[in-house]
Design a protein around this ligand. Structure first.
Ligand code: SAM
Length: 327
């Protein structure tokens, strides 16, 4: 048990995320008799067994403390050993939502890479869904398969080692949604079409850093009859959140007047001016956020499209087929 469920207390053999600060986290397998060293000192695993997840613990040599966090897909994305470029949470949450992933869904993902996205998909589709994940790099495939098993996700994720652009997915009439994070996704679009459940609508997303790749993918999607083709880009903008005093208009004018008077008096009453600028606990406060002007972090373009069941076979027009497949 680690990603497949929640537990309250840490046991021998559990995976724990050591949280030192926002930028310093590490995954640790707890083992009786073992020790781990962090920049805040030494932690004996025997002292951690039996502690509640979320506890704050001080190192054996009292140099500092860490938090013992329960593994989640979000934390795993922050600590996963990078064997490839990985997907991060802004893209992960956007794609998961737009591909309508939910418990019980059957999803196809290629390539597996470092398994960052796979962990989030697995949590979303659990307990009855299935993730078919494909990877053509043998060592990467083996490491990811081992990781999924040790994280309790072996039943949810079926990992296959193959070149999908050459050999396809080997899946027919099987999935609700498809995600392609490949250098040449357009080569796999035809195989992806076959993999969709043929009597329902399905959603596909491709993840490509360059606009030229997007153009080729869009052409392939059109050629294979996908509809509703749309491209998005997820950019990150930080919000600095803080409390400010909530003052009435009248009080604000009064405070401004007083400040101006103090300034006019040559700042002799500096202490009073400072007091006016300090936060007063008795005054109601409100939470505000300030955003920077710049949005950071182009990762990739997200191209989405919808698969519709074949119209000719159904003898239906597209709108009727769409309604039929939803009902
Ligand atoms: N989405 C993954 C994550 O979040 O960790 C990262 C995927 S990584 C950028 C792309 C992976 O696709 C690589 O591991 C690569 O080996 C694999 N790949 C590329 N072409 C492939 C192909 N034709 N068939 C299968 N896997 C392929």
């Amino acid at each position: 048990m680690s990603f497949s469920g929640w537990k309250k207390h840490i046991e021998d053999g559990d995976l724990v995320i050591f949280y030192i600060n926002r930028d310093n986290l590490s995954p640790v397998w707890i083992k009786a008799g073992k020790e781990s060293t962090t920049r805040f000192g030494l932690f004996k695993h025997d002292d951690l067994i039996g502690k509640e997840f979320g506890s704050r613990v001080v190192s054996s040599n009292y140099r500092g403390f860490i938090y013992l966090l329960h593994p989640t897909p979000e934390l795993w994305t922050l600590v996963v050993p990078h064997r490839t470029q990985i997907l991060y949470l802004p893209d992960i949450s956007f794609i998961t939502t737009y591909l309508d992933m939910k418990p019980g869904a059957r999803v196809l993902e290629c390539g597996t890479g470092s398994g960052s996205f796979s962990h989030s998909i697995a949590r979303t589709i659990a307990p009855t869904g299935k993730l078919f994940s494909f990877e053509y790099h043998q060592q990467r495939a083996e490491i990811a398969a081992e990781e999924f098993k040790s994280h309790g996700l072996g039943d949810l994720i079926e990992l296959k080692h193959r070149d999908v652009c050459k050999d396809g997915f080997g899946l027919k009439d099987a999935v609700n949604s498809v995600f392609l994070d490949l250098p040449a996704p357009w080569e796999a679009i035809g195989y992806a079409k076959e993999a969709f459940k043929q009597h329902r609508t399905g959603k596909i997303c491709t993840f490509s850093p360059c606009i030229e790749q997007v153009a080729r993918t869009v052409t392939a999607l059109n050629d294979h009859g996908f509809v509703d083709i749309t491209m998005y880009e997820c950019l990150i903008r930080n919000h600095d959140v803080s409390y400010i005093q909530k003052v009435s208009f009248k009080d604000a004018i009064q405070q401004a007047k007083e400040r101006r008077e103090i300034q006019a008096s040559g700042g002799t009453n500096k202490r009073k001016a400072d007091t006016l600028l300090e936060l007063d606990d008795t005054i109601e406060k409100m939470l505000v956020s300030k955003t920077g002007v710049e949005a950071r972090g182009h990762t990739s373009y997200l191209t989405f499209a919808t698969f519709l069941p074949a119209f000719e076979e159904n003898k239906l027009n597209p709108a009727a087929a769409l309604v039929n497949s939803i009902l």
